[in-house]
Ligand binder design. Structure first.
Ligand SMILES: C[S@@+](CC[C@H](N)C(=O)[O-])C[C@H]1O[C@@H](n2cnc3c(N)ncnc32)[C@H](O)[C@@H]1O
Length: 198
């Protein structure tokens, strides 16, 4: 992602978190950016990427159904499929080009094209939902997470991540939608917030 694209991604994130209805106006621009960077996305994924997510998953009961929203090239979905061999793991992304790269991983996770603002899954479909470096659509995250299930939101470069939402904002938006038991994790530079759907 070029510098100006990183700025666009941060700006779009800020706007959409405040006004989710604005997503339909910027959706095409965002998808185009990720379609373009898909073939080289894996070069941005280093050892730092999953550190905070892994910490946040410690103590989470073994899930049966797992969703990775904005899965990109599927790095988190593949790690989740390895971590929970008995779970069904789905990675969803708006960019078909990203999912082409995800399929090349050879993971047993299943990958599907979809929009996080309108997920094609029934209410309470997942015991564990993960969102890494992607814009949170809080209503949908709450809808598809089963009561008692967990959500982990992680940013692989903390506040320097182009798509980033501050911890306080995450807690207030999720708290209003029935999440609690918040716990924050850091594995420099990555951060993660874990929440449980009460
Ligand atoms: C910064 S990348 C992160 C990819 C992956 N989670 C990772 O950490 O490597 C953001 C991903 O979210 C996807 N995305 C953006 N908006 C989305 C939406 N509304 N629904 C589904 N995927 C979306 C993009 O196509 C892109 O693959």
């Amino acid at each position: 992602m070029k510098v100006d694209e990183r700025k666009v991604a941060r700006w779009i994130t800020d706007v959409v978190v405040r006004r989710p209805a604005a997503w339909r106006l910027v959706r095409g621009r965002m998808r185009d950016i990720f379609e373009r960077v898909a073939p080289t996305w894996n070069t941005r994924i280093g050892p730092h990427h999953l550190g905070a997510l892994s910490l946040a998953l410690e103590g989470v009961p073994v899930p049966a159904r797992v969703l990775d929203v904005g899965t990109g090239t599927g790095v988190a979905a593949a790690a989740l499929a390895d971590r929970y061999p008995s779970a069904g793991v789905v990675g969803v992304d708006i960019s078909p080009a990203m999912l082409v790269e995800a399929e090349l991983r050879g993971s047993r996770a299943r990958f599907e094209v979809g929009d996080a603002s309108r997920l094609a899954y029934a209410d309470a479909s997942f015991d564990l939902v993960v969102l890494m470096n992607a814009i949170p659509f809080f209503d949908e995250l709450a809808r598809v997470t089963a009561p008692g299930g967990h959500l982990v939101v992680s940013f692989s470069r903390g506040a320097e991540t182009p798509i980033y939402v501050a911890d306080g904002r995450l807690r207030s938006e999720l708290g209003r939608r029935g999440f609690g038991d918040f716990a924050a994790y850091a594995a420099d530079p990555a951060t993660a917030l874990r929440a449980r759907r009460l």
